[in-house]
Ligand binder design. Structure first.
Ligand code: SF4
Length: 364
C-alpha cells in the first residue's frame, strides 16, 4: 500500500489539480481502490440542534445573526427530539449523525451538558456520533470523547490567506488549535472546506496543504460547493462547475488517501452523472436528508435510488475505527472547568460582510 505523504507543497497540489482530467481521474480512482472499498459510501445525517443567531460573520453562512436571511432560529433541541431524529436516520441507512450548533465556541454549562447527553444517547444506538459546535478546549474535547463522540467537525473552509476575506471574527490558528485539542483524545477529526467562494485555485490547494500536512491527516474531509444564500455577503456568487468539484474531490483523494472524502453542500445542483464522477474520483461519503443545516439537499429516497443505480452500498458504522465506550455523566473523570479561552477576534474589515450587515440593518 502506498505510503502516506505529509510534506505536500502548494505547487505539488496545484500540479495534481491541473492534470488532464482523464489522468487525474485514473490516478485518484487507483488510489481510492487501494485504500477503500469503492462500492461503499458512508452516509451521514446532519442535524441542526441549535439554529441561527450565531455571533460569527462567516461570509457564506445564513446562520450569522448579523445578516438578513430567511432562517428560522431555534433553541437547543431536546435529547428526546434528537434521539427520534437519529432513529429515523438509522432506519434510512445513515451510519452517522452529525449534530451542528451555531455557536462560536462551546461554553461549559447546562447546554453543553445537554449535548453530552445527546452524544451518549446516539452512541448507545450504535451509530457514529459527530459534533460541530465551534471552538473547543482540550477539557471539552475530553468530555465529548468520554461521552462516546466518534468525530468532531471543524472546517478550515479555505486557505489561510483567503480566510481573512471570509471571516473576521476569528483566525485560522483558532481552527488549528481546536483540531489540536480534538487530537488529544480518541475522537476522529473531520475538517474540510468550501469551494466557489471567490477563492483562487491556489487557495483550494492551500487548504488541502493545510489539511494534508497534519499528521495524522483528518479521518474525514467534507468538500462543499458554496450554496449562495440571499442576504449573505456571498449571495451573488455564481455556482462552481461540476468539473471543479470533480477536480477538488480527486485531488483530495490523492493527497489524503485514507480519508473519507465527503460530498457535502451543493449536491442539489449536481446531476447524478456528476455525482457518479465524484464517487469515481474518490468521494466515499455523503450527507443524507433533505436539509444540510439550513440549505437544501437531495431527498434520502433519491439518494438510495442513485445508490441502486450505481451499485453502491451504505457503509456500516465503526468500520474504520471501533465504537467508543460511553461513560455516564455521574462516572465522568472530567469536571467542567469554566475556562474562558482567549479565542482571537481579528475584527478586520471585510467589505462584502460589512455591506451585507448594513443591508440587514436597513431592512429591520
Ligand atoms: S458557519 Fe458556523 S460559526 Fe460561521 S456564522 Fe455559520 S454557524 Fe456561525
Amino acid at each position: 500500500m502506498k505510503d502516506i505523504k505529509y510534506n505536500w507543497t502548494r505547487q505539488e497540489v496545484l500540479d495534481i489539480y491541473n492534470k488532464p482530467m482523464m489522468e487525474l481521474l485514473y490516478e485518484a480512482a487507483t488510489i481510492h481502490r487501494e485504500f477503500h472499498n469503492p462500492n461503499h459510501v458512508q452516509v451521514s445525517t446532519l442535524l441542526s440542534i441549535k439554529t441561527g443567531g450565531c455571533p460569527e460573520d462567516c461570509g457564506y453562512c445564513p446562520q450569522a445573526a448579523r445578516y438578513h436571511t430567511d432562517i428560522e432560529g431555534n433553541d437547543l433541541m431536546s435529547v428526546q427530539h434528537v434521539k427520534a431524529q437519529a432513529l429515523r436516520a438509522k432506519a434510512s441507512g445513515s451510519s452517522r449523525v452529525c449534530m451542528g450548533a451555531a455557536w462560536r465556541n462551546v461554553k461549559d454549562g447546562e447546554e453543553f451538558d445537554q449535548v453530552l447527553e445527546m452524544v451518549r444517547t446516539i452512541n448507545k444506538l450504535d451509530m457514529e456520533v459527530c459534533c460541530t459546535l465551534g471552538m473547543i478546549t482540550e477539557n471539552q474535547a475530553k468530555r465529548l470523547a468520554e461521552a462516546g463522540l466518534y468525530a468532531y467537525n471543524h472546517n478550515l473552509d479555505t486557505s489561510e490567506d483567503y480566510y481573512k476575506d471570509v471571516i473576521s471574527t476569528r483566525a485560522y490558528q483558532d481552527r488549528l488549535d481546536t483540531i489540536d485539542n480534538v487530537r488529544k483524545t480518541n475522537v476522529t477529526v473531520c475538517s474540510g472546506g468550501i469551494i466557489g467562494m471567490g477563492e483562487k485555485l491556489e487557495d483550494r490547494a492551500g487548504m488541502l496543504v493545510a489539511l494534508a500536512t497534519l499528521n495524522p491527516q483528518p479521518e474525514s474531509v467534507p468538500i462543499n460547493a458554496l450554496v449562495a444564500v440571499e442576504g449573505t455577503p456571498m449571495e451573488d456568487i455564481e455556482p462552481v462547475s461540476i468539473w471543479e468539484m470533480i477536480r477538488m474531490v480527486a485531488t483530495t483523494r490523492i493527497v489524503m488517501p485514507q480519508t473519507q472524502v465527503r460530498l457535502s453542500a451543493g449536491r442539489t445542483e449536481m446531476s447524478r452523472e456528476g455525482q457518479a464522477m465524484c464517487f469515481f474520483a474518490g468521494a466515499n461519503s455523503i450527507f443524507a436528508g433533505d436539509k444540510l443545516l439550513t440549505t437544501p439537499n437531495p431527498d434520502v429516497n433519491e439518494d438510495m435510488e442513485m445508490f441502486n443505480l450505481l451499485g453502491l452500498e451504505p457503509q456500516k458504522p465503526f468500520v474504520k475505527k471501533a465504537q467508543p465506550e460511553t461513560v455516564e455523566a455521574e462516572a465522568s473523570k472530567y469536571q467542567p472547568l469554566g475556562e474562558k479561552p482567549k479565542w482571537s477576534r481579528p475584527e478586520h474589515t471585510i467589505e462584502r460582510n460589512e455591506e451585507a450587515k448594513q443591508k440587514a440593518k436597513a431592512s429591520e
